[in-house]
Design a protein around this ligand. Structure first.
Ligand code: SAH
Ligand code: SF4
Length: 429
């Protein structure tokens, strides 16, 4: 989400006459986009902002801190970081150019943290990458008890459907091949009676769309209709990111996730039955307050049953203002040990899942250079693979996986992929 917001700001800044430089030291303006989901992210951002004190002293310069941490800690930033000139919350980027001008001309500080209905409608950043995000919603109203997002990004609101379609049409024309529709819970998309399954179908039918994905799906809202839309459209990638958070129903209730362990498992079953080749990935939190060892082991047992292709795993981080902040935290060493166990377990499963790919054929979109003249590419199931050959970014090839190195499948080209009505590559191997 922040990557996408940074593209939006870059675009607005360029329209206001700013030119990007490669090295922060050469810039007159630095904007630090921040995350608040875990305290670790905030600490790193604050550390970086502190290092910009000397840079800020040299000449007429503007230091901006924007995003969720700016929203949450505007007072601390003002008090403890006087070298920060501009503090903007996630809904205040539209006027960032004017704010910078005001800081320059009036030598004043600007703090704007009002949350609104902003969806950045009508702003279409230019992208040079092969893959990119398109935001379809902002904010979140689910109030999972550990999560700060509803407080720092405001309530859920959907971007107008025609604006999303216009942006995708532009991206496709400019050569983008892999588009991820983005929202905190895309399944809640709703604009003038267009719901997420409708939107997905509409986007999949845009001429020359090559690959479409979506992120994130809340398990409470994912349903068979949506799984069917994914199955029925060749352009929609068979990748489901379904954050589990915990495999124990009591903890899920405390987290206010609104599904049980069995409901989660039956959803995964439906996906696997409808789309056997689907990739399923997840997010898991280790050491939520009051989680017992047995309850934690249930998370491992769900991981064992589902065999996630990959997982993002985190130590629980208490966030002030959330409901769980008042719950008694577990000792840090227990939380860390549980995280390590999760990571070790998932690593072994990820490797098994990668080895299952050996000998199979995949359509791979090549995205960029890897080490030693190799090239990195992505399957429709969102698996990163490597080919030991230089391949131009944006080309699509059929690849057969020959081995797994570390966790990464390594493959060989077996031919040219040319999907109907879409130019892909011109070389025949
Ligand atoms: N909207 C998305 C995710 C948003 S945050 C969703 O509902 O899935 C991304 C991930 O960060 C979450 O899935 C969760 O696993 C993790 N996370 C959020 N708050 C956290 C906290 N306080 N401590 C640890 N991990 C957290
Ligand atoms: Fe946070 Fe839950 Fe909303 Fe995701 S769905 S952003 S975890 S409150």
């Amino acid at each position: 989400m922040n990557k996408n917001d940074s593209s939006i700001m870059n675009f607005i800044l360029e329209q206001n006459g700013c030119i990007a430089v490669d090295e922060p030291q050469d810039a007159n303006v630095i904007i630090v986009n921040t995350c608040s989901v875990r305290s670790h992210a905030e600490k790193r951002a604050l550390g970086y902002i502190a290092t910009l004190k000397n840079w800020r002293k040299k000449g007429k310069r503007v230091l901006g801190v924007v995003g969720c941490m700016a929203e949450r800690l505007a007072d601390t930033l003002t008090k403890d970081f006087p070298h920060v000139d501009l503090i903007l919350g996630p809904d205040s980027y539209r006027n960032i150019g004017t704010y910078i001008d005001d800081v320059y001309s009036r030598e004043t500080k600007i703090i704007e943290t009002t949350l609104s209905e902003e969806t950045y409608c009508g702003i279409y950043p230019e992208r040079s990458a092969v893959s990119c995000f398109v935001s379809i919603m902002r904010g979140c109203g689910n109030f999972c008890s550990y999560c700060v997002v509803p407080y720092v990004r405001g309530k859920a609101r959907s971007r107008p459907t025609d604006d999303i379609i216009r942006e995708i049409e532009m991206l496709v024309r400019s050569g983008v091949k892999d588009i991820t529709l983005l929202g905190q819970n895309v399944n809640e998309y709703s604009f003038n009676n267009v719901h997420f399954a409708d939107l997905l179908r509409m986007c999949a039918n845009i001429p020359r769309v090559f690959r479409l994905r979506f992120l994130t799906s809340h398990p409470k809202d994912m349903n068979e209709a949506l799984i069917k839309v994914v199955k029925e459209h060749d352009t929609i990638c068979e990748w489901f990111h379904l954050p589990l958070q915990s495999g124990n129903t009591r903890i899920l209730k405390l987290m206010n996730r609104q599904y049980t362990k069995d409901e989660y498992l039956s959803l995964v079953d439906k996906i696997k039955k409808t789309i056997p080749e689907a990739t399923i990935t997840t997010d898991i939190i280790a050491g939520f307050p009051t989680e017992t060892d047995e309850e934690f082991q249930e998370t491992i047992s769900v991981m064992e049953k589902v065999k996630f292709d990959d997982a993002y795993m985190y130590c629980y981080s208490p966030r002030e203002g959330t409901r769980a902040y008042g719950y008694p935290s577990l000792p840090e060493h227990i939380i860390k040990a549980r995280l390590e166990q999760l990571i070790d377990f998932q690593n072994s499963v990820t490797i098994i899942r990668a080895r299952e790919m050996i000998g199979r054929k995949y359509e791979v979109l090549f995205e960029g250079k890897a080490k030693n003249n190799a090239t990195r590419g992505k399957t429709k199931g969102n698996k990163n693979i490597i080919i030991e050959k230089e391949i131009t970014r944006g080309e699509v090839h059929q690849v057969v996986i020959r081995e797994v190195r570390g966790r990464t499948p390594v493959g060989e080209l077996i031919g040219i992929e040319k999907r109907s009505d879409h130019e892909t590559c011109s070389t025949i191997y």
